[in-house]
Structure formats: structure tokens, C-alpha cells
Design a protein around this ligand. Structure first.
Ligand code: NAP
Length: 286
């Protein structure tokens, strides 16, 4: 990598941020397309987010991605929000526009939809209910994506049903069914897609305990977690023959529009990316 006076600068802000795979991913694309750009980890403490955001235009930074704990906190700091960020209530990509304004975007829903299209091309939104576990930011992105793909029947499973009800209200899901996590009942019996959008199963967290006995073998089981890559949920689903998708695909696909916004070129998602991100030195959760 050689830097010139015209190098475009972007990065990822988080606290902590050292575990992020985003610098590696964007770095692979910058190298592949021989672009004059850098993408760096930016450790920003929660209290410093407003200051850090306000300095982006002054420093000539093209934009940043946001990870935990900044995605919701950045929301009121934006001059403008795109449709996905507004619907989801969180910003994962900040672009500095030509008027030096901060434009808040959310590419997580795009990441889910693009990943599903690429890796589960046979899934049809009318094949059967889509069951989403969780009601946080990731679940909102998943639901927004599924609705955009035309999924008409959604079931929201959550520990705190009131939060799932709020998600349904916020995203104007008039017909979503709300199911308590400890009493899933027959919610999985006719599911065509089951998504874990909670941190359960992530390294350091307990696994997501769901009885898969009644789940159709054709149901796609999708876990947004990728550390570990194969969660207990995916292990159990794979063992009984369900097609499985892990969280690394969402991570790669959500980065595509961000990279394009920062560096002016839409990168291609190729098979080698996954392997390179999974190398032992390839960082941890986004
Ligand atoms: P979050 O807002 O903290 O999610 C909270 C959700 O998880 C809530 O529904 C909460 O239930 C549930 N939950 C948390 N701990 C629980 C427990 N012990 N038992 C039962 N339910 C529990 O997190 P998030 O931002 O949505 O992210 C969720 C996961 O998605 C994270 O692991 C993150 O790394 C991953 N993610 C992956 C990608 C990717 O690109 N692959 C992108 C974004 C996020 P209550 O409502 O009852 O509290």
C-alpha cells in the first residue's frame, strides 16, 4: 500500500474495535482493486462519539462504519438518514457528502437480503413463515430485509415479548405473530426460514436453546453470529439435515455498499473472501 496526498480515508468506529473484521475485509478489496485508500480501526469511547462524528468532515474522511456500541447513539447525530436506517433505528454506515454533511445509512438489511439471494437462491418469501429470534438492532435489520424481499408471514420470537411487539409496531408489521422465547409452541412447525438475531451462541454467551424437533428439514436456519462460525444452533440444525447459513455472509454483503460509498467502486463478493476472513489472524466479531 502506498499513500498519496489524495488517499481516501475510511474506517470503523467502535469501543472496543480491535476485534473488528472490517479493516481486513475493506483492506482486501482496496488491495484487489489497487485503490488509493485506507480503512482503519478507530477506537472511539461512547462519550466521544459526538466529537468524533463532528470531526469527520474537517479531517476529510470519506466515511465510517459503526459497530457496538455506536449504532443507535449515532442516529441523532446525522444530518440525513436513509430509509433503512430510519426504519431500523440504527446507523451502521456514515458517509460524508459533498456538502460535508453526515448521511446515516444502514446496510445490515441489505447484507441479509443479498446473502440470502446469493446463498439460498431457492428460498421463496411465500414458502412459509419466517421466524426471527430477537428484537434488537440485528433483528430489526433482518425483519426489514425479509419484508423487503416480500416475506408476508413473520413470527417474532423474543425473551421479552413486549420488545418484539414494539419492533412490530415500529416496523409497521401488522400481521406479525409474537411468540415468547420460553414457550415457542408450534411456532417452528411450518417455518421456511429460522433466523437467530440475538447474541445467544456467540463466544462468551450461552447458546440459543430451541427445540428443533418439529422444524421442517427444508427450513433454512440462519445465524447472524459468526464467532464462532458454527453456533450450537447451526450444529444442531446441520446434524438433522437443515440447510444452514452463518453470519459471515451478512458481514461481507453489508460491507459492499459501504465500500462503494467510501471508495467509489462496487466490490465483488468472491469465494476467497470468506476463507481470508476466517484465517486465525482474521479478527473477531464485526
Ligand atoms: P442486541 O440489541 O443486544 O440484541 C438483543 C436481543 O437479544 C434482544 O432480543 C434480547 O432479548 C436478546 N437477548 C440477549 N441476551 C439474551 C439472553 N441471555 N436470553 C434471551 N435473549 C437474549 O444485539 P444486536 O445488536 O441486535 O446484535 C445481535 C447479534 O447480531 C450480535 O451477536 C451481533 O454480533 C450480531 N450481528 C451480526 C452482524 C453480521 O454482519 N453478521 C451484524 C449485526 C449484528 P430481550 O429483548 O428480552 O432483551
Amino acid at each position: 500500500m502506498s499513500l498519496t496526498g489524495k488517499t481516501r480515508v475510511a474506517g470503523v468506529m467502535g469501543w472496543p474495535v480491535g476485534h473488528s473484521k472490517s479493516p481486513l475485509l475493506h483492506g482486501i478489496w482496496l488491495e484487489r482493486y489497487r485503490l488509493d485508500g485506507v480503512y482503519v480501526p478507530l477506537p472511539v469511547r461512547p462519550n466521544d462519539l459526538p466529537l468524533a462524528m463532528s470531526t469527520l468532515p474537517a479531517l476529510g474522511i470519506a466515511g465510517v462504519n459503526l459497530t457496538v456500541p455506536h449504532k443507535e447513539a449515532a442516529f441523532p447525530l446525522m444530518a440525513e438518514l436513509d430509509e433503512a436506517a430510519t426504519a431500523i433505528g440504527a446507523v451502521n454506515t456514515v458517509v460524508v457528502d459533498e456538502k460535508r454533511r453526515l448521511i446515516g445509512r444502514n446496510t445490515d438489511a441489505y447484507g441479509v437480503a443479498a446473502h440470502l439471494r446469493a446463498s439460498a437462491p431457492d428460498w421463496r418469501p411465500d414458502a412459509g413463515p419466517a421466524v426471527v429470534v430477537g428484537a434488537g438492532g440485528a433483528a430489526r435489520a433482518v425483519v426489514h430485509a425479509l419484508r423487503g424481499l416480500g416475506a408476508a408471514r413473520l413470527r417474532l420470537v423474543n425473551r421479552t415479548p413486549a420488545k418484539a411487539e414494539k419492533l412490530a409496531r415500529d416496523l409497521k408489521l401488522e400481521t406479525a405473530e409474537i411468540v415468547p422465547l420460553d414457550r415457542p409452541g408450534p411456532a417452528l412447525g411450518d417455518a421456511a426460514l429460522l433466523v437467530n438475531a440475538t447474541p445467544l451462541g456467540m463466544t462468551g454467551m450461552p447458546p440459543l436453546h430451541l427445540d428443533l424437533t418439529g422444524l421442517p428439514r427444508s427450513c433454512i436456519v440462519y445465524d447472524v453470529i459468526y464467532a464462532p462460525l458454527e453456533t450450537e444452533l447451526l450444529k444442531a440444525a446441520r446434524a438433522r439435515g437443515n440447510p444452514c447459513l452463518d453470519g459471515i455472509g451478512m458481514l461481507i454483503h453489508q460491507a459492499v455498499p459501504a465500500f462503494e460509498a467510501f471508495f467509489g467502486l462496487r466490490p465483488e463478493v468472491t469465494d476467497d473472501l470468506r476463507a481470508r476472513l476466517l484465517q486465525p489472524s482474521g479478527g473477531g466479531p464485526c
